[in-house]
Design a protein around this ligand. Sequence first.
Ligand code: GRF
Length: 196
Amino acid sequence: MTARVAILISGGGSNMEALVAAMVGEFPARPVLVLSNRPDAGGLAKAEAAGVPTAVVDHKPFKGDRAAFEVELNRRLEAARPDVICQAGFMRILTPVYVDRWAGQVLNIHPSLLPKYPGLNTHQRALDAGDRQHGCSVHEVTADLDAGPILGQAALDVVPGEDAPALARRVLALEHRLYPAVLRRFVEGDRTRIDL
Ligand code: GRF
């Protein structure tokens, strides 16, 4: 069975690009939708160039009514009939309206070695803490922010003196390797953790 994968983005979508590029040939999944909460997300043009259907559910008209935004988000997702939803640079805090509707089907990539540094500014926090190792994690999405079961991690050695943008660039390259590897196992029903 070829799994149907929807990808949620908010910006450039480099992780979305890596996932779409991986879903070819004998890979047991195909992208069926790239959806952004921001109409100006650079990733939308990249998805269209790759021939993947796109959609926008702009969160601004909902003016902080998270539940109403997620009712519309769910409606657009249901139309695509996804088996798996990959959040990839999707910068929204989510409520049970979405999380409960898709429970067990949603993955997210986070730029830290969870449980370290949930939330934002992870690279600067790792540098400020003097961490020798840093990296990224793919986890299942649950009600608690960045706290679902970890399905994979990729780690690197922090270069002494490097700044947050340089570290972020190196972690992003790891993300692009980790996310497709975890997605493949996930769609095959294998929850064994991957460590790169
Ligand atoms: C990346 O740092 C990723 O870890 C986080 O959002 C950032 C942008 O990702 N989830 P992308 O280039 O939009 O995939």
